[in-house]
Design a protein around this ligand. Structure first.
Ligand code: GDP
Length: 298
């Protein structure tokens, strides 16, 4: 199973039928759009997103330029491609905003198992490649295993990890780390915050306190793409409480359906800034909506 396989295959069979028809009528297009709608719902795309998407594509596709063009099926597919790109924020600048006085804090948040700690390591590696000098901060003080995991990643990357222990208050830990970074010339703080299995008010309160104290330049919600609409719903609640600046969508390498990738931008209004494409530490890419749309259409 690879990325978007399922979605790509199903869209492909819808378009095959369309191509086989030569000339197209409005009814042909309406029929195809009904099929696209089902494919997207099966892919676990948010139903409101599907509704808007199909309505927009239908409106553009039954336009005279498409129907009268030499190759109408190809034009319809192009409209779908364009709208998929738009849905995922095509053309947006998804780079991190680090334009602040160093050390610049970047906070990662999300449910346990979403890929926060791994993404912290991946991000640190990217930033170092951009000649920045990051410090990893294990603000998930409750789980010694999480602290150890970040330390192991830090060792592998040769990037320092601020010292932590389970008795310290996470906000204090973060402000101490900021002071340490200031004194030691680290220009970026990557905060690996605590996660829970479900959205939890106590955790949210803690994350809000960290936000308040550190004023992170970026607050990135880490979403496991394989959990589809669950990821989108959780993203919405994190965003309501923390006003996140963007999303890191992990495990896209194993996501055959694409539901989270296609809806999270539209539902939250926040850009996908990075995608995780594997467990290895260099498997993180800056997100491009247009390239992703192209990949989905095979
Ligand atoms: P955390 O609890 O949010 O900190 O999650 P972890 O960083 O511990 O990640 C949970 C699991 O997901 C680990 O086994 C990671 O190796 C794996 N993982 C994280 N990101 C990716 C990704 O982009 N692709 C794949 N295939 N696995 C990932």
């Amino acid at each position: 199973m690879t990325m978007f396989d399922n979605l790509t295959d199903k869209l492909d069979s819808v378009f095959k039928k369309l191509r086989g028809q030569g000339r197209l009528t409005e009814d042909n297009i309406k029929q195809s759009m009904r099929e696209v709608r089902l494919v997207l719902l099966e892919a676990d795309v948010n139903f409101r997103v599907v509704k808007n998407f199909v309505a927009t594509v239908r409106e553009r596709a039954v336009g005279q330029e498409v129907l009268k063009s030499l190759n109408p099926a190809q034009q319809v597919i192009k409209v779908v491609r364009d709208e998929l790109g738009r849905l995922m924020g095509e053309g947006e600048d998804n780079s991190l905003d680090l334009a602040a006085r160093p050390p610049v804090p970047i906070m990662l948040c999300g449910l346990q198992g979403a890929g926060k700690t791994t993404s912290c390591g991946k991000l640190a590696l990217q930033l170092r490649r951009q000649k920045r000098n990051p410090l990893l901060v294990p603000a998930d003080v409750y789980r010694p295993a999480a602290i150890e995991q970040l330390k192991t990643l830090g060792k592998q990357l040769n990037i320092p990890v601020f010292d932590s222990n389970p008795d310290v208050d996470p906000v204090k830990l973060c402000t101490d780390a900021r002071e340490f970074a200031e004194l030691n010339g680290y220009d970026t703080l990557i905060l690996d915050t605590a996660g829970r299995l479900h959205v939890d008010q106590e955790l949210m309160a803690e994350l809000q306190r960290i936000k308040q104290a550190l004023q992170p330049r970026e607050i990135l919600f880490v979403a496991d793409a394989m959990t589809g609409q669950d990821a989108v719903n959780v993203a919405e609640s994190f965003d309501q409480q923390l006003d996140v600046t963007g999303v890191i969508l992990t495990k896209l390498d194993g996501d055959a359906r694409g539901g989270a990738a296609l809806s999270i931008r539209a539902v939250t209004g926040k850009p996908i800034k990075f995608v995780g494409l594997g467990e290895k530490l260099d498997a993180l890419e800056v997100f491009h909506g247009d390239r992703m749309a192209q990949r989905i259409l095979g």
